[in-house]
Design a binder for this molecule. Structure first.
Ligand SMILES: NC(=O)c1ccc[n+]([C@@H]2O[C@H](COP(=O)([O-])OP(=O)(O)OC[C@H]3O[C@@H](n4cnc5c(N)ncnc54)[C@H](OP(=O)(O)O)[C@@H]3O)[C@@H](O)[C@H]2O)c1
Length: 242
């Protein structure tokens, strides 16, 4: 069918709707205006985990399962329902505050991520690798190394090649006490001080509540409130938190 400037199968047009909220068409109603009036699936945001030179866009999508067993709208669609080769409508948004600065070539960078927040950090690391910039410290937290060490192959390869000079991992469910990135950061505050003294900038990506707040607290303890405000003002403390 011809729908909103595209030639697509009817099932693709239907797949963009919130089917549980759709009103059936009135007798004799034309298909296209009826489709256009139905509630669309809401937008979901994901960080792009790749850089353009790598070719296809890589996303890291964790399938959300609701209490009633239903899959999350965006993650369910992308991981279970979308058919292979089926176009998915996307909109690119730039997160201007979460890019590498043009003048960061000689700047050491500290990357902190938990969960799927590693997506945005992986893209920044890939860019650093492409630019030949080696002073990168990655702190990454997930549940279990075996099942949740996302992009492990890239990370290990970049470590071996010397593009990740320090890698600190925190797997929260591999010991009785929870171990999170903020704990590792606090343990390694001596190194944190050294990197900041060398002009390092910090990028944090992942969950706002919990990780984002706790990392902020550790940084505040290490550099002080005024010190952290200064880092922010200098563009050396950047966050992509949800
Ligand atoms: N996908 C993307 O492109 C993207 C991009 C940017 C941001 N994000 C955001 O990143 C967040 C990550 O969600 P997710 O489902 O992947 O993982 P998650 O549920 O946040 O869990 C990831 C890891 O963080 C740990 N964690 C739990 N509480 C914590 C705390 N207070 N401090 C530090 N770590 C803690 C978890 O440990 P336990 O479960 O063992 O307690 C687990 O090891 C979401 O808020 C998402 O919106 C995603």
């Amino acid at each position: 069918m011809h729908y909103q400037g595209r030639h697509i199968p009817l099932c693709w047009a239907l797949a963009e709707l919130q089917l549980d909220k759709v009103q059936p068409p009135a007798h004799g109603e034309s298909l296209a205006p009826w489709l256009a009036a139905q509630p669309k699936l809401p937008l979901r945001s994901y960080s792009i985990a790749s850089v353009p030179a790598e070719g296809p866009i890589t996303l890291l999508v964790r399938q959300v399962q609701c209490k009633d067993g239903a899959l999350g709208i965006g993650s369910g669609w992308l991981t279970a329902w979308a058919m292979e080769q089926q176009p998915v409508q996307i909109r690119l948004r730039s997160h201007n505050q979460f890019h590498l600065r043009a003048d960061s070539s000689n700047t050491p960078l500290i990357f902190i991520a938990n969960g799927t927040g590693i997506a945005g950090i992986r893209a920044l690391l890939a860019q650093r690798v492409a630019l030949g910039q080696r002073q990168n410290w990655l702190l990454f937290g997930e549940r279990k190394q075996q099942s949740d060490f996302f992009f492990a192959r890239d990370i290990q390869q970049w470590q071996q090649q010397g593009f990740i000079s320090h890698c600190s991992l925190a797997f929260s469910q591999e010991q009785t006490e929870k171990r999170y990135v903020q704990h590792v950061l606090a343990e390694q505050q001596q190194q944190l001080r050294q990197w900041l003294a060398q002009g390092a900038a910090i990028y944090v990506c992942g969950s706002l509540h919990g990780m984002g707040e706790a990392v902020h607290e550790v940084l505040q303890q290490v550099v002080g409130e005024a010190g952290l405000a200064l880092l922010k003002q200098q563009g050396r403390y950047r966050r992509d938190l949800y």
